[in-house]
Design a protein around this ligand. Structure first.
Ligand code: F6P
Length: 319
């Protein structure tokens, strides 16, 4: 293995830059060349790439986003797109790929490896924390902390003006950010894709709380469940209480990564290079507990769902 290609693909996540730095510097340490591929799989198809030296990844460990840019490639979903990507790999003497991204990135790498045999290693980068084979994905801790910071601020105004706030957080099919931000932010309820919700019960809880003298509420809703505005409308119509809506949106994808995300990214980026050096292919790296964990890329492409029931119960006990 002389030359390793690396790319980031799918939604960006804080800590991707720390992973890039780790891949590049580990490769250089072992006398290999690292070639950065820009704009995900599209950049591979279009041969948008350049050699990254030690200095090119200086001062990025603390930066959100990805210096390699990222994209969700439609072309790479086609046989023709992947054929062109393979040609680019051969032409540029790339011996193996490190793919930093979420389940879509993994699926692309899995098919590509099956079709062309190019060694591929997946590094989990996604705020959603929904990838098999790892307890955490790079970016998920930062996203929860970003959401928490917002909830803390919302609480100040919610209690002062005695209002009900519905806060919409990211997660189309994953309630990881929502339930963890709800638990750490002391929210009264949370609506997530992994769990059926009951609007009647929620409204009854609010009315009962109101009769006890409880005057402000924070209800978190994951974007995949419903629009915060629709939930607020039902609450106001049913309880006659005043509601306000906050949709946090892409703020959750940005910002300087937490120490936890940087450490994870640094460990996993380096391990991905180690696996390629050892001749391994079609694997994904992760952590289980405090230990590194290696799984087949094929088994990591299916989404993992957050274990939510005990966390949800705790939120309701404490409300
Ligand atoms: O990367 C994951 C994610 O942030 C999800 O939580 C969210 O549903 C989605 O990406 C948003 O995608 P886009 O940036 O394309 O709007």
């Amino acid at each position: 293995m002389k030359r390793i290609g690396l790319l980031t693909s799918g939604g960006d996540a804080p800590g991707m830059n720390a992973a890039i730095r780790s891949v590049v510097r580990t490769a250089i340490y072992y006398k290999m060349e690292a070639i950065g591929i820009f704009r995900g799989y599209d950049g591979l198809i279009n041969e948008e790439m350049k050699i990254l030296d030690h200095r090119s990844v200086s001062n990025i460990i603390n930066r959100g986003g990805t210096i390699l840019k990222t994209d969700r490639s439609d072309k790479f979903r086609t046989v023709e797109g992947r054929r062109r990507a393979y040609e680019a790999i051969k032409k540029n003497d790339i011996d193996g790929l490190v793919l930093i991204g979420g389940d879509g990135t993994y699926r692309g790498g899995y098919i590509f490896n099956k079709e062309c045999g190019v060694p591929c290693i997946g590094v989990p980068g996604s705020i959603d924390n929904d990838i098999n084979g790892t307890d955490y994905t790079i970016g998920s801790d930062t996203a929860v902390n970003t959401a928490l910071e917002a909830i803390d601020k919302i609480r100040d105004t919610a209690t002062s003006m005695e209002r009900i706030f519905i806060v919409e957080l990211m997660g189309r099919s994953s309630g990881y950010i929502a339930i963890n931000a709800a638990l750490s932010g002391g929210a009264e309820d949370v609506l997530i894709p992994e769990r059926k919700y009951d609007m009647r019960q929620l409204c009854q809880d609010i009315v009962a709380g109101n009769l006890r003298g409880k005057v402000s509420w924070i209800v978190i809703v994951a974007e995949g469940v419903a629009k915060a505005g629709d939930i607020a409308k039902i609450i106001t119509e049913t309880t006659t209480l005043e509601t306000r809506v906050v949709t946090l949106g892409h703020i959750q994808r940005g910002g300087s990564p937490t120490a936890k995300d940087r450490i994870l990214a640094t460990r996993l980026g380096s391990e991905a290079v180690n696996l390629l050096r050892k001749g391994m292919s079609a694997k994904a790296v992760g952590v289980i507990g405090s230990k590194l964990n290696i799984v087949r890329l094929g088994s990591a492409v299916t989404k993992r769902s957050t274990a939510v029931n005990s966390l949800y119960r705790l939120i309701k006990i404490l409300t």
